[in-house]
Design a protein around this ligand. Structure first.
Ligand SMILES: Cc1cc2nc3c(=O)[nH]c(=O)nc-3n(C[C@H](O)[C@H](O)[C@H](O)COP(=O)(O)OP(=O)(O)OC[C@H]3O[C@@H](n4cnc5c(N)ncnc54)[C@H](O)[C@@H]3O)c2cc1C
Length: 434
């Protein structure tokens, strides 16, 4: 069948299992252990004790680390099926780690699988894939942000070592990570796209200094999981430079594309939850003599939210399908498009869900405000919306050509003349036959 919107019944059984498992066994963790970093804390004996049996059940269902291809021990379900699973996992902070597919470890595992030595794979990739350790991707710099041309964190070769000096900002989970993959400038004499490299840095290496723990809005100052790091005379063996000098951008693209679409898949779950809450509230609340659901403006909120959600969900699935089919260029464009849409849809639907709940919507007694605060993060993390729009626009422009001459191709006076010329003989004949 050329177009098919159905889920394979065998996989649907797995999704049904996951749906109940997340609701009954994992969502309680979200309520009791609310710190955003808790799922990444693999050294905490209490978390380990609670999560190990849950992970074992996920493995028994063949749903562990579904983002991985078979070459890395995954089941090779592909991205469309992963999207359907992530629509469930995205409801929960803890679920992605209990299903072994959380960012940034999913992307870092891909880098190590492609570019690590055998020894590095044994020491870092295997425990990472088992979920025994976590990792950090350290690229953004305080003065540079999304513009790598401003990067200063540098690596220089001394004997058979690379020596790293510089600063990174918003390195998520650095304090919990066993290793960091850090982007450094190894050749400042060439454009950054050829002069930057990725280095594997074990967390315990002397000189990896966390200057501040940076949190998200609402977290107490001085606490959080997005470290400001100063690398001071950090020395690693030469084989820790992954994929060869100057390869950082090629490596980052492999990693970031997957990360972005996985965030979008999980965002579908959050938007679904917000729509569900909005509808339930509108049906339950009476004000000024009638159900909220009977007010036309509330109906508009629901209709607009449903339409946005469905458009977004289809775009996510279509993007996933392009990835599964190996359509590299389309996948790149669609991932950028989905990344942009994710933040907007999350923002709009949550804003309406909060509105329909009134004061309670703004309170700390519902999850809506916390969910809403994810919207600006989605528009910035993994590259800001504007940059992704540029990617989309450039790809779209490539499909078109400028027209020749003064008038656009659709210029009606010329088109009408052309149409008359084409139809002229036929019309004359028809008129004669009348
Ligand atoms: C929760 C969270 C987790 C993160 N985790 C990590 C991590 O683990 N590792 C890591 O390395 N980084 C991480 N980041 C950082 C993230 O990748 C950067 O925030 C992002 O690349 C943007 O950089 P910046 O914040 O410095 O913004 P800037 O680059 O300063 O941009 C600021 C604003 O300028 C505008 N702008 C920027 N470029 C353009 C353009 N080309 N055209 C038009 N307007 C533009 C946009 O509005 C943009 O939001 C994380 C960020 C967040 C919020």
């Amino acid at each position: 069948m050329a177009w098919d919107f159905e889920t394979d019944p065998e996989f649907q059984k797995k999704l049904d299992w996951a749906d109940e498992f997340v609701r009954e066994r994992i969502e309680p963790l979200d309520l009791v252990y609310r710190d955003g970093g808790a799922p990444y804390d693999r050294k905490n004996p209490v978390y380990r004790k609670i999560t190990e049996p849950l992970k074992a059940e996920v493995q028994k269902q063949d749903l562990w680390a579904c983002h991985l291809g078979p070459e890395l021990g995954g089941k090779g379900y592909g991205q469309v099926k992963l999207a359907l699973l992530n629509e469930i996992l995205g409801r929960s902070y803890w679920a992605p780690t209990i299903f072994g597919c959380q960012a940034p470890d999913s992307g870092n595992a891909e880098i190590l699988a492609h570019y690590g030595t055998e020894a590095q794979k044994q020491k870092y990739l295997e425990p990472l894939l088992r979920g025994d350790i976590v990792s950090c991707f350290s690229m953004t710099e305080p003065q540079a942000g999304a513009d790598p041309k401003e990067f200063k964190c540098a690596g220089r070769k001394e004997g058979n070592e690379w020596v790293i000096d510089g600063e990174k900002y918003f390195s998520s989970n650095a304090e919990l990570a066993e290793f960091l993959i850090t982007m450094v400038v190894t050749d400042p004499t060439v454009p950054i796209h050829q002069g930057a490299s990725m280095v594997l840095i074990p967390r315990e290496t002397p000189g990896v200094n966390i200057v501040r723990r940076v949190g998200l809005g609402g977290e107490p100052l001085g606490y959080g999981h997005h470290a400001y790091i100063r690398y001071e005379n950090v020395r690693v063996p030469e084989e820790n430079l992954l994929g060869g000098p100057g390869q950082a951008f090629a490596i980052a693209q492999t990693r970031l594309g997957g990360g972005r679409i996985h965030h979008a898949m999980r965002t579908v779950a959050m938007v679904k939850q917000a729509l569900q809450m909005m509808c339930e509230r509108a049906l339950s609340r009476h004000t000024q003599g009638e159900q909220l659901a009977r007010k036309q403006m509330v109906q508009q909120y629901v209709a607009d939210s449903f339409i946005q959600l469905e458009q977004f969900r289809l775009l996510v699935l279509y993007t996933a399908w392009h990835i599964d089919k190996g359509h590299k260029s389309e996948a790149r464009t669609y991932i950028a498009a989905v990344k942009v849409q994710m933040a907007d849809v999350l923002h709009d639907v949550l804003r309406r869900a909060i509105q329909v709940h009134g004061a309670m919507g703004c309170s700390n007694e519902l999850p809506l405000m916390r969910m809403w605060s994810a919207a600006p993060v989605m528009a910035i993390a993994d590259g800001p919306t504007e940059v992704h729009k540029v990617t989309v626009a450039r790809a779209i422009f490539k499909q078109y050509q400028p027209y020749e001459g003064l008038w656009p191709r659709e210029f009606l006076p010329a088109k009408v003349e052309e149409a008359k010329r084409k139809l002229g003989d036929a019309i004359e004949q028809e008129v004669q036959n009348l």
